[in-house]
Design a protein around this ligand. Structure first.
Ligand SMILES: Nc1ncnc2c1ncn2[C@@H]1O[C@H](COP(=O)(O)OP(=O)(O)OP(=O)(O)O)[C@@H](O)[C@H]1O
Ligand SMILES: [Mg+2]
Length: 652
């Protein structure tokens, strides 16, 4: 150990720091940049630099000047604030340490008429170790400037508050409020920029004391007649001292405990308002927040996390729990071209190794190029056919071509009775297992008397259908039935039913309905296997009464089946993912059963109203954003995600 007089401290310190190889640790309550510059001049950004300074009152920073922060950041150093620190210490590479009375200021180290100081240089390893431990202890009682993004001004309840931001941040930035067990996860909802020269906000008048210009302000506002003068005076006043501050509306989303008791949830609803004055930070460690993003709504690790996009404006991955989709269903809603199909494809493409099977009702051949190994896919291309499932369906088809069957005459009664025998809304019992519609219609002629006008009409009907839809429309039913069965029983992970060629809307509804029915029956028999049905254009298959062109009635088999699966599917591990660009037109009953909601851009008022149920009052802000979402941006909420969040699906 060596004792140093005031004049000896600075030269010795500069010389020792210039030899530093790994790290320099400094405690100096007050620092002046011109002195610090001399001390740090020789070290580069590869040397770990930690500096603890005093932050007890504003006047501390009348001494420690602005440039100090710039110098330390240039050297890649970290600054810690401590309200009580008074010690003056420098440790270099765990080998040499200074303990003295001198701050890194002119008065402490340079000025001849400054303070009278004394110091010691220590080389003893054991003593230095002790000092290093002490440094760590003090550091733990200090706060890193990087961890201060702002502080709470007021809390309205456990979930909401207002904050002053101390750095430039965007809306939707995620925030961390440390607590005893972990932290509370928060998020910025809205930011207001206020000009402190003139007004504070009506809610936060705490900035009154920042009004240095009150008198001048009155001069500007009162008593001056000349508009030109007023304009100029206002302009200068508003520009004075860069007066803008940012006030943020904060949402506290969840309390996160990284090590809950055995079997307990990681997440808890925050019920205690955060005290005013609490400091918060943004996330600097991505792993920490990614861990939370892999927890489901119940607060447990997702069984099967599937990556689908990024948290808006970040590089953080968002996940949904496929198990919750397979059992508790999902709605994908958004105006045309908003990115729904792209999203669903992304989810399917990112499914990890799992035996969950996905059955896709692909209306426009958008899934056949799914980017997964082709051995996992079974594609089934359906032809443009008529597919009546009941005599009523057949009557409707006749009616479309002008043949009205009222069942008044015996001829008509016979015909309908015959059709009833043949056409059943069930894959096992329909005559299409063995015959085509053409066969059936030809046979039906036999139940009519030779002079019946219906005979000619039926023959005419067949001609028209062939002309309008092509030969297959009347002949391909048998094959269709066996394709559907093949698809239902396939072992592959992705079974794509390509509906692109099918023009007749009732055929679409009937084939989709029969697929859903078969899947429901299969799932009932074998509930251990998880299955998901992807239903595009769900407003046609599960329509809301009185909306759109498709009837929500008991003879719409896909309506019946989608309702059944939405309510009972979970018992048999059968889930439905319903996609629609018209949320107002999908059955409200079905929609209410879809427990994860993915909402893309929406503009139409009816549609916005239909999804408004998913936005509790604290989410009104996100609801207002929906019309402004870009393609690929969605709000996802419900059981498959930890909390409602805005995500961006990146193309490519
Ligand atoms: N994540 C995205 N980022 C940027 N653009 C996107 C994104 N997703 C989709 N788009 C754009 O929007 C177009 C339509 O996307 P997509 O087919 O997924 O929309 P959709 O909501 O399914 O529409 P529709 O209701 O018509 O089926 C895409 O071709 C693409 O140009
Ligand atoms: Mg689409």
């Amino acid at each position: 150990m060596k004792i140093l007089t005031k004049e000896e401290i600075l030269p010795s310190l500069i010389s020792d720091i210039s030899k530093a190889k790994q790290k320099v640790q400094i405690i100096s309550p007050w620092i002046k940049s011109e002195v610090l510059e001399k001390i740090l001049s020789s070290i580069d950004e590869n040397i770990k630099l930690e500096v603890i300074i005093r932050s007890s009152e504003l006047s501390d920073f009348l001494i420690t000047d602005e440039k100090v922060f710039q110098l330390i950041k240039e050297k890649n150093g970290t600054i810690f604030l401590n309200p009580k620190i008074h010690a003056k210490v420098v440790i270099i590479d765990s080998e040499i340490a200074y303990v003295s009375s001198a701050n890194i200021t002119n008065a402490g180290l340079i000025d001849e008429d400054g303070n009278i100081e004394a110091g010691t240089v220590i080389n003893n390893k054991k003593e230095i170790k002790k000092l290093e431990n002490y440094f760590e202890e003090i550091k733990n009682l200090s706060i890193s400037i990087d961890d201060i993004s702002g502080f709470i001004l007021n809390s309205t309840n456990g979930r909401n508050g207002e904050a002053l931001l101390l750095q430039e941040l965007n809306e939707q930035t995620y925030l961390k409020f440390p607590n005893e067990k972990g932290f509370i996860l928060g998020r910025i909802l809205e930011i207001r920029k206020l000009n402190t020269s003139l007004f504070s906000s009506d809610e936060n008048f705490i900035f009154k004391n920042l009004f240095s210009n009150k008198d001048e302000l009155q001069k500007v506002i009162l008593g001056k007649e000349n508009d030109l003068w007023k304009k100029s005076a206002f302009y200068s006043l508003l520009n004075e001292n860069n007066p803008s501050i940012s006030i943020a509306k904060i949402e506290l989303i969840t309390e996160y405990n990284p090590q809950p008791e055995e079997g307990k949830s990681f997440l808890k609803t925050p019920l205690n308002p955060i005290p005013a004055g609490t400091i918060f930070s943004c996330f600097t460690n991505d792993e920490e927040i990614e861990k939370i993003l892999k927890i489901n709504h119940a607060g447990y690790y997702m069984d099967t996390p599937v990556k689908f996009g990024k948290l808006l404006n970040t590089d953080l991955n968002c996940y949904l729990d496929l198990e919750k989709i397979a059992t508790m269903h999902m709605a994908v809603l958004g105006t045309t071209g908003s990115g729904k199909t792209t999203f669903v494809r992304r989810v399917l493409e990112n499914i990890p190794e799992t035996d969950i099977q996905v059955f896709i009702i692909d209306l426009y051949d958008e899934y056949s190029e799914l980017d997964v190994p082709s051995k996992k896919i079974k594609k089934i291309s359906l032809k443009d056919i008529l597919f009546p499932l009941t005599a009523e369906d057949m009557k409707k088809l006749f009616k479309e071509e002008g043949i009205v069957i009222q069942e008044k005459t015996n001829e008509e009664k016979n015909l309908v009775a015959f059709l009833k025998q043949k056409l059943k809304p069930d894959l096992e019992f329909t005559a299409f297992n063995n015959e085509s519609l053409e066969d059936i219609l030809f046979e039906s002629l036999d139940v009519l008397s030779p002079e019946s006008h219906l005979r000619n009409e039926i023959i005419g009907f067949m001609d028209i259908i062939k002309r309008n839809y092509g030969e297959d429309a009347l002949t391909y039913q048998k094959e269709t039935v066996s394709f559907v069965k093949e698809g239902i029983n396939a072992e592959k992970q992705f079974i794509i039913f390509n509906f692109k060629e099918i023009n007749n809307i009732n055929s679409r509804i009937n084939i989709a309905g029969i697929i859903m029915k078969e899947l429901f029956l299969t799932a009932k028999k074998n509930p251990d296997k998880k299955r998901i049905i992807v239903l595009e254009e769900a407003q046609n298959f599960a329509p809301e009464k009185g909306f759109g062109e498709v009837q929500a009635s008991s003879d719409n088999i896909s309506f019946i089946m989608s309702r059944k699966i939405a309510t009972e599917g979970r018992k048999f591990n059968l889930g439905i993912t319903a996609i629609t660009q018209r949320p107002a037109n999908i059955s409200k009953y079905v929609l209410s059963q879809l427990n994860t909601q993915v909402i893309f851009k929406l503009i139409n008022n009816n549609d916005l109203e239909a999804v408004s149920v998913f936005f509790e009052s604290s989410k009104a802000y996100v609801f207002d954003l929906l019309p402004f979402f870009k393609p690929g941006v969605c709000y996802i909420t419900g059981l498959a995600v930890p909390f409602g969040l805005i995500s961006e699906i990146k193309l490519g």
